[in-house]
Ligand binder design. Structure first.
Ligand SMILES: [Zn+2]
Length: 437
């Protein structure tokens, strides 16, 4: 156990990997443009594969390009404990979103390799294809296919803005692998990620123990009144769709503020006929509603329905609110969370339990394996931006907690920290290979 606590990641090596790979698709402003299945994506995939193979890992690629690097464990009967995230970025992305989770996982493998540390379960490092969804919608496509949420054929036919399909782009960079999607089983997964929000930084915490991903619902709202002349229609005879919408937007904001942990946003509104001297006859607006708990989402939805009906009655307009998307809350696995808590405590980092506001690959993988996430702060909570920034110390902390969480989880399968390989090879000797098969 002491030996395990002594294993320390090499933060300089991690940082240099982050800076080196940031050159692949590097932008003038210090960010990365590395769209899924682009030539830059191919380059970083080639780099990733070479680094993993140097460590003696076997790299397999599935039919949607997900990359799985496996380091053998002492026991061949156990499914691997996975780490990973994504190496693709937004068109004007930063250096840390996704990349940190993959490269920190690589640093964990290197640290174990250098120490000739043999885990019980195999370890696996994953680069999920198309997490960002900015070239091919939807987001989290590779992990979604792995988890059975989407068909591989659905993925293949997604198109970018120039009508290239996902399938043709995958073929053109040579990353359609022979492995059937979802066929590799994963025993557990830990994803390290920058928070992409302001809470850790504001609270002075280093590690976020992410208990789940909040649920999200999208609605389309349409309010219909009557178009009429702005000069000759007295106020008391109007059926104004836009003033009704304004009242509803304020009601949405109030209802969300009254419910702990809820966030609700009206991000778009269209008004018709959109003319200066016509009372608006029709408006269409969107609602993005999120909360970690399904019951609370139901309750807010009922309150929104009631508020809209009241407003419609008061203004003599008709209104409809249609739920067009429902992504249920994802609770992460308590077994994985315990390992992360334990790791953060051992490392002596200030931590807090939190819920992810954004979607991540881990949200889909949680459907097929015990999963949890570790967050580290990013400057100003800024992400999906070339100026996205995370500190050297926080990246180091995240990688160290990732390593110790994985090793803590592995301890359930037997005594940890037994040095059973020849130093530096990371491979089983003949006797161990025989006993683990
Ligand atoms: Zn990400």
């Amino acid at each position: 156990m002491n030996r395990m606590n002594n294993l320390a990641v090499n933060a300089d090596r991690l940082w240099s990997d982050l800076m080196e790979t940031a050159q692949i698709g590097g932008t003038q402003k210090g960010g990365i443009r590395r769209l899924t299945l682009s030539d830059e994506d191919r380059q970083v995939r080639d780099w990733f594969r070479a680094q993993c193979e140097t460590l003696g890992c076997t790299v397999e690629v599935d039919e949607v390009g997900n990359m799985f690097a496996t380091r053998p464990g002492r026991r061949g009967d156990l499914p691997p404990i996975a780490m990973g995230s994504h190496l693709d970025t937004q068109p004007t992305g930063g250096k840390f979103d996704g990349v940190l989770g993959v490269l920190a996982g690589l640093e964990c493998l290197r640290t174990l390799h250098d120490a000739a540390y043999q885990t019980n379960a195999p370890l696996m490092l994953v680069n999920w294809t198309n997490e960002e969804g900015s070239r091919f919608a939807p987001a989290m496509l590779g992990s979604g296919v792995h988890a059975g949420v989407f068909d591989p054929a659905f993925a293949d036919t997604r198109e970018d803005s120039e009508h290239n399909t996902f399938g043709s782009a995958l073929d053109s960079i040579g990353y359609r692998g022979p492995l059937k999607a979802g066929s590799l089983s994963i025993g557990a997964m830990f994803e390290l990620h920058i928070e992409q929000g302001p809470i850790l930084e504001a609270e002075g915490d280093t590690i976020g123990i992410v208990k789940g991903v909040q649920g999200m619902r999208w609605y389309d709202v349409e309010i219909t009144g009557r178009e009429s002349h702005a000069g000759s229609t007295p106020m008391h005879l109007r059926r104004d769709a836009l003033t009704s919408s304004a009242e509803f937007i304020c009601a949405i904001d109030r209802i969300a503020r009254e419910m702990k942990d809820a966030v609700a946003t009206v991000g778009t509104i269209a008004t018709h006929p959109n003319s200066r001297n016509v009372i608006p006859g029709r408006t269409v607006l969107s609602i993005d509603l999120r909360h970690p708990d399904k019951g609370s989402l139901d309750s807010i939805e009922a309150q929104l329905d009631a508020a809209l009906a009241d407003i419609a009655r008061a203004h003599g307009v008709t209104a409809t609110m249609v739920r067009i998307w429902d992504s249920p809350p994802v609770p992460f696995a308590e077994t994985c969370l315990q390992s992360i808590r334990q790791a953060a405590r051992q490392c002596g980092y200030r931590s807090r339990e939190m819920i992810s506001g954004a979607g991540h690959d881990a949200a889909y993988i949680a459907r097929v394996a015990p999963t949890a996430m570790i967050f580290v702060p990013c400057a100003g909570g800024l992400s999906h931006n070339e100026e996205e920034d995370a500190s050297f110390e926080d990246c180091k902390a995240g990688a160290q907690v990732l390593l110790q969480a994985v090793l803590d989880y592995d301890r359930r399968f037997g005594d940890p920290g037994i040095e059973t390989t020849e130093a530096g090879t990371g491979r089983l000797n003949d006797k161990q290979a025989a006993s683990s098969s």
